[in-house]
Ligand binder design. Structure first.
Ligand SMILES: [Zn+2]
Ligand SMILES: [Zn+2]
Length: 356
């Protein structure tokens, strides 16, 4: 057996808003496993949620958006090689429950997920996993971009749920990383018209520069009831963008109540609403319109088989460019600063360089 690396610095949650860089053991790969030297890891809202929590059950290694280089392979592994660049799929699905068996490991009944209490994540130097959880990346994909493959795969899953195609008009409500990644995939698919919305002008400007056909700042409702406000604004947007009776698809990517209401109001009859943002547990939406316009409402979560491969293909063929989204990188040893910055929400996407 090849020797294991001697250092494995890991970013560990030790208390509310408190991280520590600790040495953790390197797990020797089993017969069907690979040992990956992690190079880059994106951090996202759910990592930040853990960081802020006071009730994580143990000293947990965070992180789930990682890529790196295979250092060792188990003796049964035939389709991965030492030196290969790979993205790590962070979900440990059981592949036996009714949901896994029908092709939806993203909603596995027994799902364990990297960085999700109590499963250790990938914000470390070396990570061992089943070889089937790694997806090869061509060398022309930069490490910064490779640290954002997992969220791009989530946007691919969203596009599948929405059935995006060239003929559609699409509204994306929320210009955070998820909304912008959805924009990137929709552009790659050639979606005809994409209008984006946010409450912050800096974000809508970014969305415009990143390829949205139009990006609008959401007005504040001061005097109307929220349904009248949403209906009026929807009418304005539809007529200003020459959309006839409305959008084909709306994606709620912010979790805000008013966005959910607008996303329903802006749909044409027969249109599709995708809920991707995580909002309050109970959000009022005008369900009578769902009936009257015969709308389809769908959720979307994580990714399904093939989404990582498609995300990587989009990147390596330059159909999607993630570089403008990666606004900061930090060495792993400065993870505290990276999480403070993520919390301050000034960046679009932060990537941690795990070996630095
Ligand atoms: Zn994430
Ligand atoms: Zn399962």
């Amino acid at each position: 057996m090849a020797e294991l690396p001697t250092s494995n610095r890991a970013v560990v949650w030790v208390g509310q808003r408190k991280l520590e860089v600790q040495q953790r053991p390197v797990h020797p790969p089993g017969d069907n496993d690979v040992l990956v030297e992690i190079i880059a890891t994106g951090i996202c809202g759910s990592d930040c949620h853990n960081w802020e929590s006071d009730s994580v059950s143990r000293q947990l290694v965070l992180g789930h958006e990682s890529s790196g280089i295979i250092k060792q392979v188990g003796k049964n592994v035939k389709d991965r090689a030492v030196g290969q660049h790979v993205a790590v799929e962070p979900g440990f699905a059981c592949m036996e429950c009714e949901f896994c068996v029908r092709g939806n490991p993203n909603i596995c009944a027994n799902l364990k997920y990297c960085g999700l209490d109590p499963t250790d994540g990938t914000l470390c130097q070396y990570f061992t996993c089943r070889s089937s959880m790694t997806v090869p990346i061509p060398d022309n994909v930069s490490w910064e971009e490779a640290g954002s493959i997992q969220p791009l795969a989530i946007a691919v899953q969203l596009a599948r749920r929405a059935g995006l195609n060239t003929h559609q008009s699409l509204a994306i409500l929320g210009c955070g990383p998820l909304g912008l990644l959805t924009l990137a995939v929709a552009k790659a698919y050639g979606v005809k018209k994409i209008v984006m919305f946010d409450i912050e002008e800096s974000r809508t400007q970014f969305a415009k520069a990143y390829g949205a056909h139009s990006a609008l700042v959401m007005p504040k409702n001061t005097d109307k009831d929220s349904l009248a406000f949403a209906t009026d604004f929807a009418k304005e947007v539809i007529s200003a963008n020459d959309l006839g009776s409305g959008f084909d698809v709306t994606v709620e990517a912010s979790g805000a109540e008013i966005c959910a209401q607008m996303a329903v109001c802006m749909l044409k009859p027969g249109g599709t609403y995708i809920q991707a943002g995580l909002g309050k547990p109970l959000t009022p939406v005008p369900l009578f319109m769902v009936t009257a316009k015969e709308l389809t409402i769908k959720g979307t979560v994580r990714y399904t088989p093939g989404c990582f491969q498609e995300a990587i293909s989009l990147l390596s063929r330059n159909l999607v460019d993630l570089k403008p989204l990666v606004t900061s990188t930090y060495p792993l040893t400065k993870a505290n600063e990276a999480f403070e910055a993520q919390h301050a929400r000034k960046d679009i996407k932060i990537v941690i360089m795990n070996q630095e």
